[in-house]
Write a new protein. Structure first.
Ligand code: AHZ
Length: 325
């Protein structure tokens, strides 16, 4: 049997002929599990521990500075940059799926490796994520390693909250500040995804709202505060995808949906990054990721994820600039 030595006292499995050390070694004496007990708990305590925190979060994020719609690779990359750089901003991320991550749990089709074209690898360096360097591109050994790493980082930021299993059903809109007849987004309309999917089956299941920051109690603009923003990263068209892009064309009468074009990796990745950021037709609205392809009519890139990270970073940079001005 091979012997593994480690500096850390606990949490590392240490296999040798005599001793096996792991996190519970000091609790389970002499490998005897027969009397193993968990600390006591009441069922109601578990309910309260979950629901009180969830409702505290709903209360805290009922007014948010940044609402990110969709927790795929582009949305999570943007969330990381915003939440890290501005701990004072409240960043809410609304994800319709139970599992955050969007399409980034696999590289492409059902294959695990994730390809990122340079210079997107610099984001991986920041995340301290290992990859194989193939010259013009790098390979993360499993897309799930990228997704779980970004997730584990953003979820630890105190100013970031993920509301998963929750769909954005509509946008809250108000007249734009400049009094030129334009429109600004002022929040998102949310519902449990299962409810959103069952509107045809039940008579009344009204939604809830997350409002953007920058308003007074009477609903008028608070000029002393920056207006909050929505960053939509809902991916290409699908059951929920391209949500805001489709909604925005009925809000901005001058806009026609571009519609995602066929696959062309070189054009697609550059196109998505170019189109990412503030949407000029509706104030305080930003896009990143494949939703840009639907909005602006870019090609799709298939299984190369550099533009997801980089478009998220670009949108995040614009949002940070908005709050810094
Ligand atoms: O569940 C969706 C997914 O996790 C979520 N979402 C969509 N509509 C929503 C709504 N409310 C809340 N109305 C919603 N959440 O948005 C997430 C989008 O993630 P994604 O991975 O689909 O998009 P992305 O742009 O971050 O990454 C796209 C990855 C692709 S697709 C593609 C191709 O088809 O060529 N190539 C790449 C790299």
């Amino acid at each position: 049997m091979s012997t593994t030595t480690t500096n850390t006292e606990t949490a590392q499995l240490q296999v040798s002929a005599g001793t096996i050390r792991h996190a519970l070694s000091d609790v389970v004496k002499q490998e005897d599990w027969s009397d193993f007990q968990f600390a006591p708990i009441r069922e109601s305590t578990v309910s309260r521990a979950m629901t009180s925190r969830y409702f505290q979060d709903m209360d805290k994020f009922a007014v948010s500075d940044v609402v990110i719609v969709g927790a795929g690779s582009s949305g999570l990359s943007a969330a990381y940059v915003i939440a890290k750089n501005r701990p004072d901003l409240k960043v809410a991320c609304v994800e319709s799926n139970v599992a955050p991550g969007g399409g980034a749990w696999l590289g492409g089709q059902l294959f695990s490796a994730m390809i990122m074209r340079k210079p997107a690898h610099l984001f991986l360096d920041e995340l301290e994520l290992p990859y194989e360097d193939e010259g013009d591109y790098v390979v993360v050994k499993h897309a799930a390693l990228f997704t779980s790493t970004v997730l584990s980082k953003v979820l630890q930021f105190p100013n970031f909250k993920l509301f998963n299993a929750t769909a954005v059903e509509d946008l809250v809109t108000r007249p734009a500040d400049d009094n030129t007849g334009g429109v600004s987004v002022a929040g998102v309309v949310t519902n449990w995804t299962l409810v959103s999917m069952a509107h045809d089956l039940q008579s009344c299941m009204d939604p809830n709202v997350i409002e953007l920051s920058g308003y007074q109690n009477d609903g008028t603009r608070d000029p002393s505060k920056k207006h909050g923003v929505i960053l939509s990263t809902t991916g290409h068209d699908g059951p929920f995808g391209a949500f805001s892009a489709k909604r925005i064309v009925s809000i901005d009468k001058n806009k026609k949906l571009g519609g995602m074009k066929g696959l062309d990796m070189n054009r697609a990745e550059a196109g998505v990054v170019k189109g990412a950021g503030a949407y000029s037709g509706v104030a305080n609205m930003y896009f990143a990721g494949m939703e840009v392809a639907e909005l602006e009519g870019c090609n799709r890139m298939g299984p190369t994820f550099g533009a997801m990270a980089v478009s998220g970073i670009k949108a995040a940079e614009e949002i940070l600039r908005h709050f810094a001005e």
